[in-house]
Write a protein that binds this ligand. Structure first.
Ligand SMILES: [Zn+2]
Length: 420
């Protein structure tokens, strides 16, 4: 049978297993919970291993609990092609964020095992802990695997729900004697990730798949504060107030204006203050608010937009402080530069999408494990599958037809790369 036909059949089986994992790790109302190095993630790991084994593909764990399925190519002297995604979810998330990419990559490797004959080795990987809510940091599995961080650095991080350190959760799973796999730019020629779309654009355009062209850069302050002065809500005239809520609100609305302007030429620009609150122990309806805690997060695929946002932030903090008599403590700053995904790999996904049928839209994307490969100097590519209801919520949705089609696009691209 042809590789594509075989892959289509295996993808349909993978869908059934993915739905079963969904039922085992959550409910329709509460959503899916697969904690990094926790129970749900491990259930998914075991089901995925069992599924792969049934297809003749033995998955090998590495030292960090990532699972690898290796299908040797005909030429052992050339670098491998990798494909994969993550097993974990956010608390109360959807079933397909991460897991769809894992299942698609296992299906790709299993189809290559049957009908591949490809030149390069194909390596499917199911990774751990991509989502940040568990240990306060994202990409745990891929970062450790690619050597961006060490267990000495991350091992002490407490898991948000249990308080126990990462190292303890990992040790519990029994991978202490598993090998560190040699995954680097010296051994891997390219990484392909299938991921569920996290926004509404594909549904709006009536297309099943998209190719990510860039990964957004961002400026992030997760724990910022603004200090004003508490006062009496009736007795204090406006001119005497140092209102922290109004100060942060001004910052938010000024940035919304910046965003409106920026998106005329840069649709990838986003701005969010996902955290914004007064202190419940000190606030009251009848008090002028004296403190606000907030987060600040602006992103774009364009370096100049990030730079403009940075300059505007500095200007606004200064002028709001002066005019309103408040004080900002922005706290730790995180951020990354925007990155352009590999054009050669994008072209292979594009060719594959054309061959399978629908073609593909070009979009910017959020992080994903692919960003870690990209940062390790490994050419990386992300393709996105339609989702009517957004991600990180229980209503996240994918159809079987879209999953099978997306898997065929992913597999076709990986096979093109594996024969290049
Ligand atoms: Zn994800």
């Amino acid at each position: 049978m042809s590789f594509d036909r075989t892959l289509g059949n295996i993808a349909a089986q993978a869908w059934t297993v993915m739905e079963e994992i969904g039922r085992l790790t959550g409910t329709a109302e509460a959503g899916i919970t697969r904690a990094c190095y926790g129970e749900g993630e491990q259930i998914a790991a075991e089901k995925v291993s069992h599924f792969a084994q049934g297809l003749g593909l033995e998955l090998q764990p590495d030292r960090f609990g990532n699972l690898h399925g290796v299908v040797p190519g005909t030429d052992p002297s050339v670098k491998a092609i990798m494909t994969g995604s993550h097993l974990d979810s956010v608390p109360g998330g959807g079933n397909y964020d991460g897991l769809a990419g894992v299942m698609a990559s296992i299906a790709t490797a299993a189809a290559a095992l049957r009908d591949g004959g490809q030149r390069r080795t194909i390596r499917a990987v199911a990774m751990r802990g991509e989502e940040s809510p568990w240990f306060g940091t994202a990409y745990v599995g891929s970062r450790l695997m690619l050597g961006h961080s060490t267990l000495a650095e991350l091992g002490g991080l407490p898991r948000i729900d249990t308080g126990r350190p990462l190292q303890e959760h990992l040790d519990n799973l029994g991978y202490a004697s598993a090998p560190v796999m040699p995954i680097s730019r010296d051994t891997v020629a390219g990484f392909f990730e299938l991921h569920i779309e996290q926004g509404p654009l594909l549904t709006a355009r009536n297309l099943p798949v998209a190719i990510a062209t860039d990964i957004r850069g961002n400026i992030r302050y997760p724990d910022a504060r603004c200090f004003g002065e508490y006062g009496h809500s009736a007795a204090l005239p406006r001119a005497y107030r140092h209102d922290a809520v109004l100060a942060v609100a001004e910052l938010a609305l000024e940035f919304e204006r910046f965003w409106e302007e920026a998106e005329k030429s840069d649709p990838s620009c986003v701005f969010t203050m996902g955290k914004f609150g007064t202190d419940p122990a000190a606030h009251a309806m009848t008090k002028v608010p004296g403190e606000v805690r907030f987060s600040f997060n602006v992103g774009s695929i364009r370096e100049e937009v990030i730079a403009q946002a940075d300059a505007l932030l500095a200007r606004l903090l200064d002028s709001i402080t002066q005019r309103r008599g408040v004080r900002f403590e922005m706290g730790p700053r995180f951020g990354s530069a925007p990155s352009r995904l590999d054009p050669a790999l994008i072209a292979m996904v594009e060719d594959s999408a054309k061959a399978v049928g629908p073609g593909a839209l070009h979009l910017a994307t959020v992080g994903h494990d692919a960003a870690m490969f990209h940062q390790a100097g490994i050419p990386a590519s992300v393709m996105l599958v339609r989702n009517a209801n957004g991600s990180h919520n229980p209503r996240e949705s994918m159809t079987e037809a879209d999953f099978v089609l997306g898997t065929r696009v992913l597999g076709g691209a990986a096979m093109r790369a594996a024969n290049s």
